[in-house]
Design a protein around this ligand. Structure first.
Ligand SMILES: NC(=O)c1ccc[n+]([C@@H]2O[C@H](COP(=O)([O-])OP(=O)(O)OC[C@H]3O[C@@H](n4cnc5c(N)ncnc54)[C@H](O)[C@@H]3O)[C@@H](O)[C@H]2O)c1
Length: 285
């Protein structure tokens, strides 16, 4: 259902790969709410993924770019302003990738060249985006920029590896740039910390299905899915959040404020029973 929350607004959505991508859902919702948008992803993702199909459906143009390349980003912002016919009102950074995770390098055996790539792709690209946009003065007054994060920036999660460091940096960039961009141009910069979600990037996390189940049982409202995340992003792009900036906003069904829930505890004790010997002693508890 549309509320015309983004009527007349222009946006750039980075990171839609396929119909599981959070960015894909955000693009669909933004257009449904009245926005016109451009889409961007790496040249290879554009070739191999389904971005063109989404573009056709939403009547949007695709501008391929590696988000670690300042030059590519300059093209995305300049072309988007030209195509959409004016300054940009909202930007979504929905980009993440860790070569260490892909190559199954554990956190105590990181390849540092790969760590640099993780940080560049997943966090510094956000700084590059903001810096390019500001230098071009491509974002309109009261514009809104959102990047997607995860609670592993604050707490340690098994298997999240160097992406945890990338997310910490990403959230820090939102605060540091948010101050400057807010002060000088009235532009809001926030991160949304989303529940684990089954996407291409998500399925790269070790034990993703178990993590999702645990997180779901821990959260009073259950996990937030990609469609719900898209709703939240639309609200953050809308004029209803004009004074929200430099925040990391949890969109996780309450997970981040929980210590232990009854559902998770019950599941845990069921698991323990499996490791109890005939005398009732816990073997591996
Ligand atoms: N899925 C989850 O559980 C979850 C939870 C919280 C936050 N997030 C974050 O949401 C964002 C989107 O991920 P997703 O889950 O929708 O997965 P996804 O795999 O659909 O999206 C990741 C995107 O990053 C793009 N990308 C990778 N390298 C790039 C580069 N150099 N330049 C430009 N784009 C590049 C990919 O092509 C892809 O479109 C990521 O930042 C991710 O960390 C995901």
């Amino acid at each position: 259902m549309s509320h015309n929350l983004l009527k007349g607004k222009r946006g750039i959505i980075f990171g839609a790969l396929n119909d599981m991508s959070i960015a894909w859902k955000v693009a669909e919702r933004a257009v449904e709410e009245g926005a016109t948008i451009t889409l961007s992803n790496t040249p290879i993702a554009v070739r191999m993924g389904q971005v063109d199909a989404l573009a056709e459906k939403l009547n949007a143009q695709v501008i391929p770019a590696d988000a670690t390349s300042v030059e590519d980003l300059e093209t995305v912002f300049a072309k988007s302003v030209e195509i959409l016919g004016g300054k940009i009102d909202f930007v979504l950074h929905s980009i993440g990738m860790s070569p260490n995770v892909r190559k199954k390098r554990t956190y105590d055996d990181l390849d540092y060249g790969m760590l640099e790539k993780t940080l560049d792709i997943s966090a510094i690209s956000f700084h590059k985006m903001l810096q390019v946009a500001k230098k071009q003065d491509a974002i309109a007054e009261n514009g809104s920029v959102v990047a997607l994060s995860y609670v592993a920036a604050q707490r340690t999660f098994f298997g999240y590896n160097d992406m945890a460091d990338a997310k910490s940096l990403l959230e820090s960039i939102a605060r540091s740039f948010g101050y400057i961009y807010g002060r000088e141009k009235g532009v809001r910069v926030n991160t949304i910390s989303q529940s684990p979600t089954m996407t291409t990037a998500g399925s790269g996390v070790k034990g993703m299905e178990h993590l999702m189940d645990f997180s779901n049982k821990m959260s009073p409202l259950g996990n937030a899915n990609a469609d719900e995340c898209a709703d939240y992003c639309v609200m953050m792009f809308s004029d209803f959040t004009r004074k929200v900036t430099m925040q990391n906003l949890y969109h996780d069904g309450g997970f981040s404020s929980m210590g232990m829930s009854l559902r998770a505890m019950n599941q845990y004790s069921k698991g323990l029973e499996e490791y109890t010997d005939e005398n009732g002693h816990i073997i591996y508890g």
